[in-house]
Design a protein around this ligand. Structure first.
Ligand code: NAP
Length: 309
């Protein structure tokens, strides 16, 4: 029987693990099927983590977090948690190999995954020119032309990352104003090889058996279609929360969610179910920042310790 099970090994899960173990809980396991670090490890530039003055990659930022947690006794189980249930004050985690583990309390910190834009050709060419990770795949397009789709911070940031590698980067946004922070948008101007296509829709991502070779777009101002000759299409159109493990056999969810599937929490990261806490991007109104996810993790762990007492 675990005192605390933490589901997810990003900044929220790792910080929860750090605070729970350092706060005196003896039997704490973090379930993370991949390498700990979370989605931020795919980010190419971190310049807003407090105290971190030099610009570093997400991978560099997260590198030491698991080691710090292990020092205080956090265990890492690389199993995937399929379902979390609760009966008579005890939570049961059902793992993907169908084995089960019981826990007195749970922090869910499973975060989110890149959202699909639903563009024609997106699925067909995924992994063959369509990507959602510039740091992972950008190098394949050295000195080539690529498109970045989206208008948020991720799209702008990753367009800048790609501009240092690729010949031309078209950043295509469906509105005439970026959603990204003005500071990020301002940076775009420093790169003569970034071409901003504002008020453009994606008509289709096109290609052949070699992969992507173009993106057909609609210039909504002129009502004109044209095809951009690019070999890569990087899609950054937001993220979906990973709440599947909360789904019960009858189709309901273990705790209350909002319409977007995010877990409802109070300021202590308590969910609607006693002993279940949520932290990071899975919770309502998450600002989706590493520093906020880490703060959530600490809060959730402190709440779990109080609950167990
Ligand atoms: P986001 O802020 O939700 O932006 C998604 C973008 O994709 C929006 O511009 C949206 O257009 C566009 N979009 C959505 N669906 C689309 C569709 N079907 N077709 C075309 N365009 C579509 O997502 P994000 O950029 O991944 O950022 C998520 C959060 O992480 C944000 O809070 C962001 O500030 C944060 N973030 C922070 C940093 C940082 O601080 N270093 C870095 C990355 C992300 P509309 O604008 O028209 O809705």
């Amino acid at each position: 029987m675990l005192d605390l099970a933490i589901i997810g090994g990003g900044p929220a899960g790792l910080t929860a693990g750090l605070y729970a173990t350092r706060g005196g809980l003896k039997n704490v396991t973090m379930f993370e099927k991949g390498l700990p670090g979370g989605q931020i490890t795919q980010s190419s530039e971190i310049e807003n983590y407090p105290g971190q003055i030099e610009v570093i990659t997400g991978m560099e930022l997260m590198d030491k977090w698991p080691t710090q947690c292990k020092r205080f006794g956090l265990k890492h189980d690389m199993s995937e948690v399929k379902q979390i249930t609760k009966q008579n004050d005890i939570f049961t985690l059902i793992l993907s190999n169908n084995s089960t583990i019981d826990a007195k309390s749970v922090i869910i910190a499973t975060g989110s995954v890149p959202r699909s834009g639903g563009f024609k050709g997106e699925k067909e060419f995924f992994g063959r020119g369509v990507s959602t990770c510039a740091t992972c795949d950008g190098f394949f397009y050295k000195n080539k032309d690529v498109a970045v789709i989206g208008g948020g911070d991720s799209a702008v940031e990753e367009a800048i990352y790609l501009a240092n590698i690729c010949k031309t980067v078209y950043i295509i946004h469906r509105r005439d104003k970026f959603r990204a922070s003005p500071h990020e948008v301002e940076k775009l101007k420093k790169f003569p090889n970034i071409i901003q296509l504002l008020n453009y829709d994606i008509v289709e991502i096109i290609g052949d058996n070699m992969g992507v070779n173009g993106v057909k777009v609609l210039d909504k101002t002129k009502n004109e279609e044209k095809t951009l000759s690019v070999l890569g299409a990087f899609i950054f159109v937001g993220r979906n929360v990973l709440n599947e493990s909360l789904k019960q056999d009858d189709g309901t969810f273990l705790c209350e969610l909002n319409d977007g599937g995010q877990v409802k929490v109070d300021l202590s990261m308590k969910t609607s179910v006693d002993g279940l806490f949520a932290a990071g991007d899975i919770r309502i109104e998450a600002p989706k920042q590493v520093v906020c996810a880490a703060g959530d993790g600490a809060t959730a762990a402190i709440s779990a310790i109080t609950y167990l007492q």
